[in-house]
Ligand binder design. Structure first.
Ligand SMILES: CC(C)(COP(=O)(O)OP(=O)(O)OC[C@H]1O[C@@H](n2cnc3c(N)ncnc32)[C@H](O)[C@@H]1OP(=O)(O)O)[C@@H](O)C(=O)NCCC(=O)NCCS
Length: 153
């Protein structure tokens, strides 16, 4: 039987409950459903969801101010990991950011989060600083990473 492709589209407020559920699975300090909803409704923010037959299996949240874009979160549910969904989400986010004339993408990541750091390095993100004890539960430093993007010719 032919499997359905994973679709990436802008998340809507209706996706908030499922995204909040994934937050709980993936993070020790998850965003609440209201925080997700507020993010989706914030005109400076955009969230893209990866969907399998209409069900969210991953997402990426972007916060864009002028020519800078902060990746606020990216997550993929465990059953869907290691099959390129985060890669597809970051590629999609990069294309969107370029269209918005963003020149610099930034993010913070737990210093021990090897899968995420490896993912970001694949996209050319480089470590540019450390925020001491930035995270709680457990307390941990954040690595600051950034990447310059330019508009495709
Ligand atoms: C990090 C995360 C988003 C990766 O999602 P994914 O869909 O599995 O990632 P992809 O399949 O697109 O993998 C792309 C690259 O990420 C890295 N990566 C992903 N999982 C990895 C793992 N378990 N160990 C090491 N590297 C890993 C690899 O470089 C991989 O490239 P490769 O397949 O050529 O080795 C996912 O593990 C996740 O949701 N983790 C929990 C939430 C989180 O930590 N988010 C980041 C917050 S800053």
């Amino acid at each position: 039987m032919k499997s359905e492709p994973i679709i990436i589209e802008k998340a809507s407020v209706g996706d908030s409950p499922r995204i909040a559920e994934i937050e709980k699975i993936c993070f020790s300090v998850p965003w609440s459903e209201n925080s997700v909803k507020d993010f989706i409704e914030n005109p400076l923010c955009v969230m893209f969801a990866a969907k399998d037959r209409g069900v969210v299996c991953g997402y990426i949240g972007l916060y864009i101010i002028a020519d800078e874009c902060d990746i606020a979160n990216v997550a993929v549910v465990p059953e869907y990991r290691k099959c390129g969904i985060a890669t597809a989400l970051i590629s999609h986010a990069t294309d969107f950011a370029r269209e918005k004339n963003v020149e610099r993408m930034m993010l913070e990541v737990r210093a021990s989060n090897t899968p995420a750091i490896s993912l970001y390095k694949k996209f050319g993100f480089e470590e540019v600083g450390v925020r001491k004890n930035y995270y709680t539960q457990p307390k941990e430093d954040a690595l600051l990473m950034d990447r310059i993007i330019t508009k495709k010719a």
